[in-house]
Design a protein around this ligand. Structure first.
Ligand SMILES: [Cu+2]
Length: 295
């Protein structure tokens, strides 16, 4: 499906739903983050919580990092003479920069996890540009949480996220310029970010409505905290190719504890029934309908 087809598809779905709403005489206007249920407002979750944790492995021989030619900008070469590609960061067989998140699931008691109200953190997520390189390379953020893009380099960058569901933007940031602050209003996994000045610069932003996501660390580990007991679909996403690749696993968080979810990527990674590769679908995990205005 190309981008245009997707846009049309979303439009058609949105229009059908609008028509349906009018036919039923629904007087409610849909807000930007209106819950899909017809109940008044989503309540916050209160109750016991556990964790989902695991380790991301890379099986087989990882591709060797390649040296990046930065001659296009002398300031980059000076700041980072040995800049290397970082799309597959493996250390002792463990994979860094995998975005792990709860895609969907049911909390004990029967409510979907997305039906609760999850508050937006007041702290900003920082994406720094240092040595003509995005740091961190993969970040997670909640909808409407502040993203702060900083420039620590002695050169100009041009930050350009290319979302499919959120608003696209493209902004120059000179050296010494203040942070650029933005928010994303819709869940989207994940948004590629590029730099129009330095074609090698890449980052990825996972935007979630819930706080249940984490990026695997240098040792491949991750821990998602504060998870209500329930049954969930956990997805691990790794960049690469057009849309990255993902693995899916069903986990149960018991009332009193924690669940384990280990994933493996790489050539020899097992392709069991719990590991599903869906390269063409993974960019649209949660279609949120665009707001069509008042009617
Ligand atoms: Cu740049």
């Amino acid at each position: 499906m190309n981008k245009q087809t997707k846009v049309w598809l979303v439009l058609v779905i949105a229009l059908s739903l609008l028509a349906l709403g009018s036919a039923c005489g629904g007087g409610k206007e849909s807000g930007t983050n209106a819950p899909s249920s017809t109940e008044s407002a989503a309540a916050p979750y209160s109750g016991p919580t556990g964790t989902i944790s695991g380790v991301i492995s890379f099986t087989g021989t990882p591709p060797a990092p390649k040296k990046i030619d930065t001659t296009a900008d002398a300031a980059c070469g000076k700041a980072n003479p040995n800049l290397m590609t970082d799309d597959t960061m493996v250390k002792d067989g463990k994979l860094q920069n995998v975005f792990v998140y709860i895609k969907e699931g049911t909390v004990d008691g029967g409510k979907k996890i997305g039906e609760y109200q999850w508050s937006t953190p007041t702290s900003a997520v920082v994406l720094d540009q240092r040595g003509c390189h995005y740091n961190p390379h993969v970040i997670g953020i909640q909808t409407n949480q502040k993203l702060s893009v900083t420039n620590s380099d002695q050169t100009q960058h041009n930050i350009h996220p290319t979302p499919k569901l959120n608003q696209e933007w493209n902004q120059t940031q000179a050296n010494g310029a203040p942070p650029i602050e933005k928010t994303f209003t819709r869940a989207e996994v994940l948004i590629p970010v590029k730099c129009n000045q330095h074609p090698w610069m890449k980052a990825y932003i996972g935007v979630m409505k819930t706080p249940f996501f984490k990026v695997s660390g240098e040792d491949g580990s991750y821990t998602i905290q504060g998870v209500p007991p329930g049954k969930y679909t956990v997805v691990a996403w790794k960049e690469g190719g057009a849309n990255g690749s993902e693995k899916t696993m069903e986990v149960t968080v018991p009332a009193s504890g924690s669940a384990k979810a280990d994933f493996a990527f790489g050539e020899a990674a097992p392709t069991s029934s719990s590991s599903v590769l869906k390269p063409s679908l993974q960019m649209m995990p949660a279609i949120e309908l665009p707001v069509m205005g008042k009617h």
